[in-house]
Each structure stands twice: as structure tokens, then as C-alpha cells.
Design a protein around this ligand. Structure first.
Ligand SMILES: Nc1ncnc2c1ncn2[C@@H]1O[C@H](COP(=O)(O)OP(=O)(O)O)[C@@H](O)[C@H]1O
Ligand SMILES: [Mg+2]
Length: 373
């Protein structure tokens, strides 16, 4: 996408009919997907009102109107629930500010789509786990999100990225990439390829359980990173789940599993010293405890029981995607060095092996909280 210009931003701001005088307009946050700005308006009497203005990423999300329909549906539901529970809907959910024509977005004269949210004050989104309590708070917040949306009809949501966690389909794409071997790289990664082929059952298990009706379709977030949670500066509590672009129908265990995949790993995703890579059982337990508490009894016993499997499936899927991209010539994930995707694939498979080794510990941890849930 082209850089946002000042004229473009001015045109967009005119189409949101904000109250007050614009006194500040700055790029904001450290998100990688959208272009985010914070606007400050001075209202009569000198009070300040802040809003978030975002240009949506049309490369990643091809259907912004459907995406905003998902977001307005989900946030209206959250607002109702938060009010019923006596919470503060201005801070505990995103609030879409409609454009002047009443639509939840504005399409500018260059064709880009924009949206605006009320600014959540006195809260921070952290990029790194600086304190394990933040990781725990993110678990409670994502669990609570699941709880509040447990009665939302998940099947009415659009899939903003088709087949995002269809691990079974991704396994087939992987096999095709091995067969085509367009970069002649397959021979050099035989071990990694075999690692995937040995685990077809892992790739297929959730789709089979779903077709047998053993696990329910849920509203899932699909980007359950720490920096998509606003943590209250005063109380230290995770108050709001943000970044709802990837809200889709899916499996709660996958949201849980993806958080473990990157949050409970002892090393960076592209660490080359595999000796440093493991899945921390302390962090696994901390997150599991927070997530189960946050879900407040809305997960089934079966879903809770499957949480270790969620962690393994998400980590396996991610490693398999890195390897697929490596075989296809690094066309999807941005690389910063040769074999970057292969390094990433290896950390994920190291984590999968570590989880397999610690399987009974993970099961026991979950069992403990499942009996309390
Ligand atoms: N309603 C909001 N109030 C305050 N800050 C916000 C709000 N929405 C987003 N932000 C800030 O902007 C950053 C980027 O927004 P996000 O929607 O996560 O975009 P991306 O998809 O690019 O990650 C967030 O990490 C957060 O710091
Ligand atoms: Mg984000």
C-alpha cells in the first residue's frame, strides 16, 4: 500500500464529523498491519477528546466492509454484556465511531478504507512480556472475551482470512510445495519435511473432532498477542481486547494455543541456537490459569482438556507454514536473512518436540484447573 499523505488524512478527518478543534494528529502505536493515528480535539471548555483513526490494510484484508460488519456485530454485543455486568463499556471494548454518513468506515478518494475508534485512556498495550503478570492479564482478558461472546452466533461472522487455521488444508498445501519443490530446497530439509509428514494426525485432529461435533465453533480473535490487550495503567488489569480484524468463527483452543506458542517460548521465534528454545511450563500454567478463569465456565470440559493439543497444533501449524514458505521461495513471510524461514520453522518444531516431551506435565496442569472450572 502507498504511504498515507497529509491531504488524504485531512480528507478522511473531514468525513468523521468529530467535535472540537483538532490540536494533534500523530502516528500511533507499533502495530504492523494497519496505519494507526491518534487525533486530539479540544472541545468547548478546554477538555481534550482523543480518538484512534486507522487506515485498514487492504492487502491483508480484501473485504473491509465485511470485516467492519464483524467488528460492529461483536463490539455491540460486548457493549451490551459489559453494561449488564456493570462494567465501563467506554474502556472495556472498542467503540466504533461512525463516519458522517453513518457507516462504520469511510472510503477515501484514493479507494482506501478508514475507521475510527474511541481512544482508551490511561491504559497501555505492551509489545514484550516485561512482567509475567501482564501475560497472565492477557490470558484473563482473552478468556473474558471468549466468555462474553459465548452466546454470539459465531457462524454469522465472515472469515476475514479464508481457512486461517484450517490445519488440515495447510497440510495439503505443504505436501504440494514439497512435490513441486520449485526452489530445489527439499533435499536440504528432508529432516524437517519428515517431521511434518510424521504428524498428519496432528494436522487433522481438530477438523475431525469438529465434524464429529465434539468441539463447538466459537468467536475467536486469532491474533492473541500481548500487544492486542490494553492494560490499565492504574490497576494493572487487562481491560480491553483490541485489534479485532481477525475475529472469525474458529476454535477456542486455537486462540489459547497460539498464545502459548509465542508467549510461553523461552526464545525468539527465529532463534538459531535451538538449545535456548523450550516451552516454559511456568508460563504455560500461568496463561492456562488466566484463560480458564477468564472464560468463567463457558468452555466445555472437552475444550479445556484439549488445551495442550491446541498449543501443539498451533505451533506445528506455524512451523509447517514457515517450511512451506521456505520451499516456495519465501513469498509470504518477510525475511531478513537467508534461511530465515527455515530458522523459524526449526524453532517451532523444537517447541513441538518439547511439548511432546512435557505432554503429561501439560495434561496434569490442565486437569488441575479443569476440575476447578
Ligand atoms: N481504541 C484504542 N485506544 C487506545 N489505543 C489504541 C486503540 N486501538 C489501537 N490502539 C493502539 O494502536 C496500536 C495499533 O492498533 P491495532 O488495532 O492493534 O493495529 P495493528 O493491526 O496494526 O496491530 C495498538 O497496539 C494500541 O497501542
Ligand atoms: Mg495489533
Amino acid at each position: 500500500m502507498a504511504q498515507v499523505t497529509r491531504e488524504q488524512r485531512e480528507e478522511v478527518i473531514r468525513h468523521f464529523r468529530y467535535k472540537g478543534v483538532l490540536t494533534d494528529n500523530v502516528p500511533y502505536g507499533s502495530g504492523h498491519i494497519n496505519d494507526t493515528y491518534r487525533l486530539t480535539f479540544e472541545a468547548e471548555g478546554g477538555s481534550c477528546i482523543r480518538v484512534i483513526l486507522q487506515r485498514m490494510n487492504s492487502t491483508v484484508f480484501a473485504r473491509p466492509v465485511e470485516l467492519m460488519e464483524n467488528i460492529t456485530g461483536v463490539t455491540s454485543h460486548l457493549r451490551k454484556k459489559i453494561e449488564e455486568n456493570g462494567g465501563d463499556p467506554e474502556r472495556e471494548t472498542l467503540n466504533v465511531i461512525p463516519a458522517s454518513d453513518g457507516k462504520p468506515y469511510y472510503q477515501d478518494s484514493l479507494g482506501d478504507y478508514w475507521r475510527s475508534y474511541k481512544f482508551i485512556t490511561d491504559a497501555t498495550s505492551y509489545d514484550q512480556v516485561e512482567d509475567p503478570r501482564h501475560f497472565y492479564q492477557s490470558a484473563v482478558a482473552f478468556g473474558n472475551f471468549q466468555k462474553l461472546l459465548a452466546d454470539y452466533p459465531a457462524e454469522t461472522l465472515y472469515e476475514t482470512i479464508k481457512g486461517f487455521h484450517d490445519t488440515k488444508a495447510r497440510f495439503q498445501v505443504f505436501k504440494e510445495a514439497v512435490e513441486r519443490d520449485c526452489m530445489n530446497r527439499a533435499a536440504s530439509v528432508e529432516k524437517e519435511i519428515q517431521f511434518v509428514l510424521d504428524r498428519e494426525g496432528v494436522a487433522n485432529c481438530f477438523s475431525e473432532m469438529q465434524s464429529r461435533g465434539e468441539i463447538p465453533l466459537r468467536v475467536t480473535h486469532n491474533d492473541t498477542k500481548l500487544n492486542n490487550i490494553m492494560i490499565d495503567d492504574r490497576t494493572g488489569k487487562g481491560i480491553c481486547v483490541i485489534d479485532l480484524d481477525t475475529v472469525m468463527p474458529g476454535l477456542a483452543v486455537n486462540d489459547f494455543g497460539d498464545s502459548i506458542r509465542f508467549g510461553a517460548s523461552t526464545a525468539a521465534e527465529d532463534e538459531t541456537d535451538l538449545g535456548k528454545v523450550s516451552c516454559s511450563m511456568e508460563l504455560f500454567e500461568l496463561y492456562a490459569k488466566g484463560y480458564i478463569e477468564g472464560c468463567g465456565g463457558k468452555l466445555t470440559k472437552k475444550e479445556i482438556e484439549l488445551m495442550p493439543m491446541g498449543a501443539k497444533v498451533m505451533t506445528f501449524e506455524c512451523g509447517m507454514r514457515f517450511l512451506t514458505d521456505y520451499l516456495q521461495g519465501d513469498t509470504y513471510f518477510k525475511i531478513h536473512r537467508r534461511d530465515h524461514n527455515l530458522d523459524r520453522c526449526r524453532t517451532q518444531f523444537k517447541l513441538v518436540e518439547d511439548m511432546e516431551r512435557k505432554w503429561y506435565t501439560m495434561k496434569e496442569i490442565i486437569e488441575k484447573y479443569n476440575s476447578l472450572a
